[in-house]
Ligand binder design. Sequence first.
Ligand code: NAP
Length: 258
Amino acid sequence: MDLGLKGKTALVCAASKGLGKGCAVSLAREGVEVTILARGVEALEATAAEIRAAGGTVTTLACDITTPEGREKALAACPAPDILVTNAGGPPPGDFRQWGEAEWLSALKANMLTPIELIKATIDPMIQRRFGRIINITSGAVKMPIDVLGLSNGARTGLTGFCAGLARQVAQHGVTINGLLPGPFATDRLRTNTKLAADKSGKDFDDVWNQRMMQNPSRRFGTIEEFGDACAFLASAQAGFITGQNLLMDGGHYPGTL
Ligand code: NAP
């Protein structure tokens, strides 16, 4: 299926690795000119090389997207993208009794306010062009909170609520806003969180990793390619009537009927 994305532009945040990378690779394969960013240069350039080797067009930008300076750089490099994929690192696990204002502000900045600032800066040109796709990488925790990830549960639900309202205001202009909610995907983030859990319980990393995998109805973790292709579909011409939605990708982990 031709997704109707050839020649479109995308700003894909936090995309040198993991889920953001999956989105950038899939969009580039569909003919989107992608601008990818992350803090570390090495992985960023390696991902760009992969995209170019596959025939894609990519610009790289080393910045911390959770800072005003980082966002300024990102928007200078890609001021009016047709597609915005928001993403950043997730907050650390812990007990809410240990978190003060600094921890909350850090999570809110990364996982709620940064996406909102980026949306604010890019949505009006999308409205004028009568085409825009905003895809927020959030978490399955928006639908089913994860006890040790209270910072993530709180910040991402705030973003989701804000976007639920905004999506209805801009739908008439051909702009859609949707959330992509990852369950467990085999990325560095999942490895780090699994290692923390293994260390805390005194168990072997591989045992915890495999146990988590076997607890999923699909008996595996998701791949970044699957995630990226879902992102490309939400960005597609065909997905123009899908907005204000939150697509859970978790291998069936969420147990509800709806
Ligand atoms: P990952 O594999 O660790 O990749 C994170 C990417 O984001 C890297 O490219 C990293 O590069 C970049 N990044 C992190 N902080 C950044 C910042 N401040 N500015 C710019 N780039 C930044 O993580 P992932 O698994 O893809 O996770 C992506 C998001 O999805 C996270 O918020 C995570 O919490 C959430 N999530 C993941 C899962 C999962 O199972 N993987 C499940 C639920 C939710 P640099 O470090 O070089 O900046």
